[in-house]
Design a protein around this ligand. Structure first.
Ligand SMILES: NC(=O)c1ccc[n+]([C@@H]2O[C@H](COP(=O)([O-])OP(=O)(O)OC[C@H]3O[C@@H](n4cnc5c(N)ncnc54)[C@H](O)[C@@H]3O)[C@@H](O)[C@H]2O)c1
Length: 353
């Protein structure tokens, strides 16, 4: 039974510790600077509690840690966990800069660490089915990908006061706005389905008084010559999307042999609906809907990572996969700053892949 340490007890934390526990791991140490929160999670599992992440890394009982902290701390804590020879699962985004992510990925390679960047949307059964179908569908000609998430208060005439203090809580916690928060997941899926883009042109928008982006658009040139159109948006439409709850996140992927439409569900309420995949066969005209029961992709993710850890396999998405998203974010941001100039993707790891 793998013994797990949890570092960070905020919004995302329960999805990890409940997922590990469900998959048969033992939570042995829980940490948060908010002592009482760490103690309350630890009590659920009969685990130790601490307020300094070093105590988790020094705990010889802990084999695998989940790092669930603000992105600005990921580099420091990942490097310390690798040095302490723990297996590492780090929530997305891997770090808050492409250069720091390369540093983490190189350190993990050098130490032979089990390392995964947690992008749980790969673990919807509909996403896995899409990946399997794409293997038989030929090259991607065109891909439309959007992450529209409801955030109506950002569109109020008077912005909520908490978002006009700078740095805003969005910047403090995540290091960026919608591109980093919702967009990173979709960039990970584009990379997973279509490979590493070769060029990008980006545009980002904010509102006066905010220090983060609320809309990000990009065109990405795919390795097989196709084009991806990408948009991440915090929007005011409370009933948009296939769940009619404002969550409107989807990918349309076209190849010469057909089309896939993939619809995700609201990230923190996956028990309400299943993600959906629709396949249209261009030759026969047949349309197949792949419907799945509502399930929590984090639970599938933790079960998969535990299985990989215990089998001595690599973590996936890997640290390098996490780096790819951070490099895409950095290049879209630079392109936007240069008025949408088309920029080549300069993969910093070419020599080590
Ligand atoms: N996969 C997803 O869909 C998803 C969704 C939300 C957040 N995330 C990611 O999860 C990570 C955490 O986000 P969150 O929303 O849970 O943030 P959060 O602010 O809710 O939680 C962060 C926690 O870290 C604690 N903390 C801060 N500094 C610490 C330190 N030095 N030592 C110990 N504890 C410390 C805070 O007290 C807090 O409890 C981020 O990387 C974020 O991008 C992913």
């Amino acid at each position: 039974m793998t013994r797990v340490g949890i570092i960070g007890c905020g919004n995302i934390s329960r999805f990890h510790h409940e997922g590990y526990a469900k998959a048969g791991a033992q939570i042995v140490h829980v940490c948060d600077i908010r002592k009482e929160v760490a103690a309350s999670v630890a009590a659920r599992y009969g685990a130790r509690a601490s307020s300094d992440y070093c105590a988790v890394l020094e705990d010889p009982q802990v084999e695998l840690v989940s790092i669930l902290l603000p992105a600005s701390l990921h580099r420091e804590v990942c490097l310390a966990a690798i040095a302490a020879r723990k297996g590492v699962v780090c929530e997305k985004t891997l770090t808050d800069s492409a250069t720091a992510s390369v540093e983490v990925a190189r350190a993990a390679d050098k130490a032979g660490t089990f390392f995964a960047t947690a992008y749980m949307k790969r673990h919807f059964p509909a996403a896995q089915q899409a990946k399997a179908l794409l293997a038989e569908m030929g090259e991607i000609i065109s891909l439309y990908a959007r992450s529209w998430q409801p955030f109506g208060s950002l569109w109020d005439e008077m912005l909520p006061a908490e978002y006009t203090t700078h740095p805003s809580p969005v910047i403090r916690n995540y290091g960026g706005g919608v591109l980093v928060c919702g967009g990173s997941h979709i960039l990970d899926l584009i990379h997973w389905f279509a490979g590493r883009p070769t060029m990008v042109s980006g545009q980002m928008k904010s509102r006066q008084g905010l220090d983060f982006d609320i809309q990000a658009n990009a065109m990405l040139w795919l390795p097989d010559g196709g084009i991806a159109h990408f948009e991440a948006l915090w929007h005011p439409h409370a009933f948009a999307g296939y769940e009619r709850n404002g969550w409107d996140e989807r990918l349309e992927i076209n190849t010469p042999k057909g089309r896939l439409d993939f619809y995700t569900v609201k990230w923190d309420q996956p028990e309400k609906n299943g993600a959906l995949l629709v396949h249209q066969d261009a030759q026969t005209g047949r349309v197949t809907e792949y419907r799945y029961p509502a399930l929590n992709p984090f639970h599938n993710e933790m079960a998969d990572l535990l299985r990989r850890y215990e089998a001595g396999e690599r973590g996936t998405p890997s640290a390098w996969d996490g780096y790819v998203v951070d490099e895409l974010i950095a290049t879209i941001t630079t392109s936007a700053e240069q008025g949408g100039k088309t920029l080549p993707l300069q993969w910093q790891d070419k020599s080590s892949q």
